[in-house]
Design a protein around this ligand. Structure first.
Ligand SMILES: NC(=O)c1ccc[n+]([C@@H]2O[C@H](COP(=O)([O-])OP(=O)(O)OC[C@H]3O[C@@H](n4cnc5c(N)ncnc54)[C@H](O)[C@@H]3O)[C@@H](O)[C@H]2O)c1
Ligand SMILES: CC(C)=CCC/C(C)=C/C=C/C(C)=C/C=C/C(C)=C/C=C/C=C(C)/C=C/C=C(C)/C=C/C=C(\C)CCC=C(C)C
Length: 660
């Protein structure tokens, strides 16, 4: 700690005064093996300097009253090297106290508040654990960031921050990480809680955010390429396979709609234009002006392309080129899968991202199941010296003078940090965790533009393998007779059979069928337990009968395991208000314009996950995590920041959102 003050001081030109004020040996500035008491002379020297150079501002989240950690073997020689303005290397320090893997983020630069974090990242894990600060009021404030929830959004934000040198605490209500990308095991089956369709999980380009998030913490997962993203079974017996190869998909679609070949090529071609622009950028926080203007400078055409499409929706663009109502309905179904709304309400940037990534990097399934992604990220987080606590239900975000400073759990424990990041939905964050506080204007606007999408009824089944034809695809979307039922509850059926790709997920000669369909919580509330159970059985039976009729004759008699979840189950296990799948536009949105980023109307509080830009989807929340970590890192001094440009950009973005 003292070291971090000293570093800041060194950079501020206070070196001689500070060094002489330290009652220590000439050669070794700090060689304490005991914690220092804040009342000691040494600390008073620090206080003086801190006050004189930065007023009473806290540095790195610690006030001047904190305990001094023991930092061994930082001697005069390597101490001097701290003032060296260049990358810190382990060779700048004496051997055994120094971590090595995190070096690349350790730049001694002009930012003062991040020095502690950068320093921590070059110290050994033991030392890191010893760095224990106290806030001015005596409460512990150990962390640079607390993340509420370990969905993919929260985990990506946490791990990205950790590798930048921040000390992060993730608090998860459930017993394992992942949220809707978690898993559970029953009777020898490993079930994905939610979707098994993984975008952004390839080796190619800049948009493989899942691969990149894992790699950042030294993890890599073996994946199995999925040859077909989805097999559509639609009204009028329209059957379309979305092949991994773009040309095969286009050949198949144009064979069904030969008169619309030109329109098809133009619509999907426009998607590629956007995808290529996205794929050319380095993806970081669009709320951070130094980065944003830098990207505009480096890739003006691509950024202008994205700015042009930002307020547009896929349905409008499809209608420019396509007239056939059935083909337009097909595009609706393509969009519905990823946004739970039709194409006219789906932002063009989001549509382009998924309609192209499936062919560019392809859909890849992680060996062992989707749950492995979150487990790996959680492990990576701990490897970086940060922490995750399970069974830790955050009941309240604590504010002090309007700033978020900590959280209180339902069991009464309290934790404090410089910044709080909520991976709960915005409805839960502002409606529950900040209950009683005035809803910030920004959130009011968000709730005007977006409503909670319905939840899901999900059926996890184990079936005898022989019921599936040998060439069965992994993912199916079924809407048999009537296009108008696309968005209705229980209208469309999603079906994933991950064992087609990874047979290790089920016992021998068994397959997993994960079936889900939209359903609202209102349908399930207020029922006596017996009626609730009976209703689950009845609705599940109808859905399974439809699949039996359309896809797999004999399905019912092949079932060996079945578990049905309702929106209440989603609410309970994922802590999502009404079990919602995520936000969806109340009316016709202006593309992505109205979607808030990560900062909130409350200082020190950030949101991450699907109620942030760019919305629902694992890859989307991963991007939101990357953006959030960048913005938070800038605010705590781990990344470049320009306060003047910051406030101008944040005001501009706030104003743009009011136009949505
Ligand atoms: N249903 C599906 O089919 C499915 C499947 C996989 C992924 N997804 C996608 O994942 C997205 C959501 O990802 P995400 O990262 O935004 O969130 P998430 O809902 O997946 O995870 C949020 C996590 O926060 C935890 N949490 C919430 N409130 C908490 C509290 N007060 N205290 C402690 N922990 C708390 C939850 O337990 C959960 O683990 C969805 O938009 C969806 O697109 C959906
Ligand atoms: C700021 C301003 C104003 C301006 C500027 C301009 C610019 C530069 C811009 C930029 C932008 C950007 C970068 C953007 C980005 C974006 C992104 C990345 C996006 C993404 C998205 C994604 C998505 C949406 C996804 C989704 C997905 C999903 C949801 C999925 C799902 C799935 C499922 C459900 C499954 C199905 C199944 C079956 C079929 C079975």
């Amino acid at each position: 700690m003292i070291l971090s003050y000293s570093l800041s001081t060194l950079e501020s030109g206070f070196i001689p005064k500070f060094i002489t004020s330290i009652p220590n040996s000439q050669n070794t500035k700090f060689c304490h093996t005991q914690s220092f008491d804040s009342s000691k002379t040494l600390n008073r020297g620090c206080q003086k300097l801190v006050s004189s150079s930065f007023g009473r501002r806290k540095l790195g989240g610690f006030s001047h009253k904190q305990k001094i950690p023991c930092i061994k073997q930082v001697n005069a020689q390597n101490w001097d090297k701290f003032s060296y303005r260049g990358p810190l290397k382990s060779s700048n320090f004496d051997g055994n106290e120094i971590g090595s893997a995190k070096m690349r983020y350790c730049e001694v630069g002009h930012r003062k508040r991040g020095l502690l974090s950068r320093l921590k990242s070059v110290l050994s894990v033991d030392n890191l654990a010893e760095i224990e600060g106290e806030r001015g009021d005596g409460r512990k404030s150990n962390y640079d960031a607390i993340v509420i929830g370990s969905g993919i959004g929260g985990l990506v934000a946490a791990t990205q921050l950790a590798v930048k040198g921040a000390r992060v605490l993730v608090l998860e209500k459930y017993v394992i990480p992942g949220g809707s990308s978690g898993y559970y095991e029953r009777d020898g089956y490993t079930f994905d809680v939610g979707s098994s369709v993984m975008f952004g999980f390839s080796e190619k380009g800049n948009l493989n955010l899942i691969t990149q998030a894992l790699a950042a913490v030294g993890c890599q997962m073996e994946v199995i390429p999925d040859p077909t993203t989805v097999h559509f079974h639609l009204p009028n017996n329209l059957s379309v396979r979305v092949h991994r190869e773009y040309s095969e998909f286009i050949t198949e679609l144009t064979s069904k709609f030969p008169h619309e070949k030109e329109g098809i090529l133009k619509f999907y071609g426009e998607c590629w234009k956007i995808f290529n622009a996205l794929n050319s950028l380095e993806l970081k926080s669009l709320e951070e002006p130094v980065y944003l203007f830098g990207q505009f400078f480096q890739k003006p055409l691509e950024c202008l392309t994205l700015a042009f499409y930002l307020p547009q929706n896929a349905g409008d663009i499809a209608r420019k080129y396509i007239k056939d109502p059935q083909l337009l309905s097909f595009i609706d179904a393509e969009c519905f899968i990823v946004s739970t709304v039709n194409a006219l309400q789906t932002p063009m940037i989001n549509a382009s991202m998924v309609l192209c990534d499936r062919h560019f990097g392809g859909i890849n399934y992680p060996v062992g199941g989707v749950g492995g992604i979150a487990m790996s990220l959680a492990k990576g987080l701990i490897d970086q010296g940060s922490e995750i606590l399970y069974k830790s239900n955050v009941a309240k975000i604590l504010l002090e003078n309007g700033k978020a400073v900590g959280v209180r759990l339902s069991d009464g424990r309290e934790f404090f940090a410089q910044t709080i990041i909520s991976n709960a939905t915005r409805w839960d964050t502002f409606g529950k965790l900040l209950k009683g506080e005035n809803l910030p204007k920004e959130e009011e606007n968000f709730q005007k533009v977006y409503v909670k999408a319905p939840s899901f009824l999900s059926i996890h089944m184990g079936v005898k393998a022989e019921v599936l034809p040998l060439d069965t695809d992994c993912h199916h979307f079924v809407l048999e007779d009537d296009w108008t039922r696309l968005e209705e509850p229980y209208g469309s059926i999603f079906l994933s059979i991950p064992t087609v790709l990874d047979s290790s997920l089920a016992p021998k000669e068994r397959h997993i069928l994960h079936i889900f369909t939209t359903s609202s919580i209102e349908d399930w509330e207020g029922l006596p337990q017996k009626d609730y159970e009976a209703k689950k059985e009845m609705i599940a039976d109808k859905i399974i009968s439809r699949l039996e009729k359309k896809l797999f004759p004999g399905l019912k008699s092949s079932i060996v395991f079945k578990e049905v979840g309702t929106p209440k189950t989603h609410r309970r296990y994922l802590a999502r208000d009404k079990g919602t799948y995520g936000p969806m536009p109340r009316g016709t949105p202006k593309g992505l314009l109205g979607m808030p980023f990560n900062t909130t109307g409350i200082e020190g509080l950030y949101c991450v996950g699907d109620s942030c830009f760019p919305g629902q989807g694992v890859i989307a929340v991963a991007f939101s995590g990357v953006m959030c970590a960048h913005r938070v890192a800038a605010d705590i001094g781990l990344e470049k920041k320009s306060p003047v440009l910051d406030s101008a950009l944040l005001r501009l973005l706030g104003w743009l959102r009011t136009l949505a």
